[in-house]
Design a protein around this ligand. Structure first.
Ligand SMILES: [Zn+2]
Length: 218
């Protein structure tokens, strides 16, 4: 990853709060991310010290979650749902910004299929892609993109052996705050309804709701 790009995207994300540097925290979050996403590169998971329950992602694969949101997760399946939703946003950006498709090529292992939009990866110059990616810390929030990311997260959750209903339970607990920021006020109900309908339609049930690892208890 281009150092300058990383710095700029980090500066944006750090406006949420400082990173939690306590030993074992990043590793524990990455482990959950790996379970649900199937791959690490180009993803980079971090915990941000903030009581505001939020999760964000950037085009270079950074997926950051606040301590405030992790505190609201009753189990690992709920946190995995949040991470899967953000990873789905990252891959949406690959698709919407063609020059970012190269980042997908950079994955050493394939991401979970549920989290990837359809379409092939064009062999584009990676350096150019990441440089342009620095301009593309897109604030997502369109209802269609949220619905797509929610559905992808649901499928990834089930695919990883977690209880797919965990995501709805978390959204219910968060209420109108949503986990992506205040602009989703009032939409939480609709999102929960969509998730529940998809779960019924695809007959997704069962799965685990393991406790959060000790490192992720704040
Ligand atoms: Zn979102």
């Amino acid at each position: 990853m281009d150092a300058l790009v990383r710095e700029r995207q980090e500066a944006f994300l750090l406006s949420l709060g400082p990173l939690v540097k306590k030993q074992g925290v990043k590793e524990a979050l990455t482990e959950v991310g790996l379970r649900v996403a199937g791959a690490v590169a180009p993803l980079d998971f971090e915990v941000v010290d903030s009581d505001v329950p939020r999760s964000v992602s950037a085009s270079n694969g950074m997926v950051w979650v606040t301590t405030g949101l992790i505190k609201r997760c009753a189990n690992e399946a709920q946190l995995a749902a949040v991470l899967a939703h953000e990873v789905a946003h990252v891959t949406q950006r690959f698709e919407q910004l063609p020059h970012l498709r190269a980042l997908r090529v950079a994955c050493r292992r394939p991401l979970a299929p549920a989290l990837l939009p359809d379409g092939g990866a064009a062999p584009i110059d990676l350096n150019r892609a990441v440089r342009q990616g620095a301009e593309a810390v897109v604030a997502f929030g369109h209802p269609k993109e949220e619905a797509d990311a929610d559905e992808a997260a649901l499928l990834a959750l089930a695919g990883a052996g977690y209880d797919p209903a965990a995501y709805e339970v978390l959204l219910e607990a968060l209420g109108d705050k949503g986990h992506d920021g205040s602009r989703f006020q009032g939409r939480a109900r609709r999102r929960i309804e969509l998730l529940s309908a998809t779960r019924a339609e695809k007959k997704l049930s069962g799965g685990k709701t393991p406790a959060l690892s000790k490192s992720l208890r704040f």
